[in-house]
Write a protein that binds this ligand. Sequence first.
Ligand SMILES: NC(=O)c1ccc[n+]([C@@H]2O[C@H](COP(=O)([O-])OP(=O)(O)OC[C@H]3O[C@@H](n4cnc5c(N)ncnc54)[C@H](OP(=O)(O)O)[C@@H]3O)[C@@H](O)[C@H]2O)c1
Length: 333
Amino acid sequence: MPLNQGFVLASRPQGEARVDNFRYFEKETPPVGPGQVLVRNLWLSLDPYMRGRMDESKSYAASQKLDDVMIGGTAGEVVASENPEFKPGDKVVCVNGGWQTYFLSDGKGVNKVDASRAPLQAFVGPLGMPGVTAWYGLNKIIKPKAGQTVVVSAATGAVGTVVGQLAKAHGARAVGIAGGPEKCAFAVKELGYDACVDHKAVDFAEQFKKATPNGVDGVFENVGGLPFKLASHRLNDFARIAVCGLIASYEGAEKSSLDDLRILLVKRALIEGFIVSDHIDIWGQALRELIDLAASGKLKWRESVVDGVKAAPAAFLGMLKGANFGKQLVKLS
Ligand SMILES: NC(=O)c1ccc[n+]([C@@H]2O[C@H](COP(=O)([O-])OP(=O)(O)OC[C@H]3O[C@@H](n4cnc5c(N)ncnc54)[C@H](OP(=O)(O)O)[C@@H]3O)[C@@H](O)[C@H]2O)c1
């Protein structure tokens, strides 16, 4: 049987996560039993939610157990199967294939994908969970109308990349917030944002005001902290805020809050948090639309790729600080 290489969670972070919170392992893959399928993971998706799972504190999902393989979505190929749903050569995505090179499963959470329509790794990025997240928050919470202004933080990341392009397709003015001039230039030139403001610039607040001359009708919040605060002070009447993520506070450094609930009252604004896995009913439609857009060349994205499973911990920690430029992936093959 092939050698499986990967990482378990070795300890819980005290403050910021560190590479030594993960422990590398190598072990032989067990034989494939009745009903089981063995997947060779070719791509590992690194996602911010993993940071929350490393903590013991209660969240919307159970925390990751110590000494278990680190949780993670993967894309790969079936190499052996005793499950009638799968055959060797099938391209699949695994909801939790984990930070490892081989995944032995009973088939639950393993879904076949048509890799002739887009590169396999896109099915854990814009054509997977992050893309569906963007689709849900924009179409079901923000519901932009033509001419309205939608603000998107972490604008060039896995989720933000898709939000901006979907907002443009609705005829909205899309204003991104991203870290650094290179990301901001990419947001405007490649992703079609009308403007993108650098949250690291000394005059961030000033620039943000200039980029939203008609106020803000929709906020797709991925970050929290100062970007959220600025957007909440520019709301128009009946604005909608989709709270998708608060990455600025995942390591405990920064708290996000509305300065004053009165903002919501006087603007008759809506604020709604959501978790994409609660909305399984829309995944089929969202994925069909996103895959069609990608296959016709109308959806663009960028990837940050590191090579080999051993690179996963450092790449993950880097992503939490904005070192990624686009969807963060580990190429495992
Ligand atoms: N609700 C859900 O179901 C759901 C599902 C998926 C993802 N999410 C959330 O969506 C957000 C984006 O996820 P993603 O997978 O697309 O990640 P991503 O945007 O590809 O990567 C994270 C980005 O966050 C930005 N960032 C990190 N720390 C920051 C800080 N202190 N201040 C400002 N920006 C910071 C960085 O971009 P810059 O360099 O541009 O600042 C970094 O590149 C996360 O909050 C995640 O938890 C939620």
